[in-house]
Design a protein around this ligand. Structure first.
Ligand SMILES: Nc1nc2c(ncn2[C@@H]2O[C@H](COP(=O)(O)OP(=O)(O)OP(=O)(O)O)[C@@H](O)[C@H]2O)c(=O)[nH]1
Ligand SMILES: [Mg+2]
Length: 311
């Protein structure tokens, strides 16, 4: 993605406000003007676990926080700053760049994930952002399972001004992906974005289809897809961990997009997902607007999550 747009941190903060509110409400009062003792550290750890940061991270963060401050009086701001730093440290190594215009051409991006996780919406937002930068973008409606999925993607393609390829419901998604990549090569596209179904008759059917799509893409370009983005919905909480595990192991993932962080008070779930995954977090979704899909910035995410209002 490009340089962050003006106001991006405000959008992030707004998007994470449910999570940060849940955290700061517990912080306020509980710590102010009292020496830090074990009970307060336990409460802090509990708060982090409730925010879905995961027990290991919560324990590490609190241990580090307590070691430097035990017996001393700490105020809310100091706690926020220290937590932001510790959470940021947990995440910086798990941050990755999504740069479809910086690599081979056409750069092929495959979107995978369970139904409703935000694949189609994320693809649409990325298409709009890339078109805004003057890129030549082709979208393939690889979710051939549902007619509504094709229509939804067509709306995004039209809005973005991207070219669009689809097939009748029930067609072979891999065949479409193959033809789309041939077209993208022949017609000098910068980027090919391929949507996929989130649900088929059964889970194995879905995995087989994704394998098949990847296999046929490789027949045209051995390096394709250049990016396989796993889209995870933050509102499913720790289920996102299981999804990461399944798609990561069975399909192979090069980057994670975590959507709907604005729809949960437990946005901290990004932390255990980031740590469990072999691939970095590349993008986050903090709302419905195009600008609400942002490059993942570990420090900014951490500051926003704990309710600090400046990057
Ligand atoms: N609030 C919010 N809503 C989002 C975000 N990302 C996606 N959504 C919404 O989540 C819903 C599902 O998104 P889709 O993009 O259709 O999900 P999908 O993965 O394509 O789903 P299937 O096609 O059923 O597999 C839509 O109503 C989106 O508007 C986000 O970051 N924030
Ligand atoms: Mg979809």
């Amino acid at each position: 993605m490009t340089e962050p747009k003006k106001g991006w941190f405000q959008r992030l903060t707004q998007g994470l406000s449910r999570s940060s509110k849940a955290m700061t409400e517990q912080l306020t009062g509980a710590f102010v003007k009292a020496p830090l003792d074990q009970a307060r550290l336990d409460a802090l750890e509990e708060m982090l676990i409730e925010a879905d940061l995961g027990p290991q991270s919560a324990a590490r963060i609190v241990e580090r926080f307590g070691a430097e401050r035990f017996g001393r009086s700490v105020d809310e701001r100091e706690i926020q700053e220290a937590l932001a730093e510790a959470i940021g440290d947990e995440l910086t190594a798990r941050q990755g760049d999504f740069d479809p215009l910086g690599g081979p051409k056409p750069f092929v991006v495959l979107f995978i994930g369970v139904n409703g996780s935000g694949k189609t919406t994320t693809l649409g937002k990325i298409a709009a952002e890339l078109k805004g930068r003057g890129a030549k973008v082709l979208i393939a409606a690889g979710d051939t399972f549902r007619a509504a999925a094709v229509e939804q993607l067509q709306v995004w393609a039209d809005r973005a001004g991207a070219d669009f390829m689809s097939r009748p419901t029930g067609s072979d998604a891999a065949g479409l992906a193959y033809d789309a990549l041939e077209k993208a090569r022949a017609e000098d596209y910068d980027v090919l974005l391929i949507d996929t179904a989130g649900r088929l008759q059964n889970k194995q059917g879905l995995m087989d289809e994704l394998h098949k799509i990847i296999r046929v893409l490789k027949k045209v370009d051995a390096d394709a897809p250049h990016e396989t983005l796993l889209v995870l919905d933050a509102t499913v909480g720790r289920n996102a961990l299981a999804q990461e595990n399944i798609f990561g192991n069975q399909i192979g993932v090069s980057g994670i997009v975590m959507t709907k962080l604005d729809g949960t008070a437990r946005g901290g779930v990004l932390v255990p997902v980031a740590q469990a995954s072999d691939s970095p977090i590349k993008l986050i979704g903090v709302g419905e607007q195009i600008e609400d899909l942002q490059p993942f910035n570990a420090r900014a995410f951490a500051r926003s999550l704990v309710g600090l209002e400046d990057a």
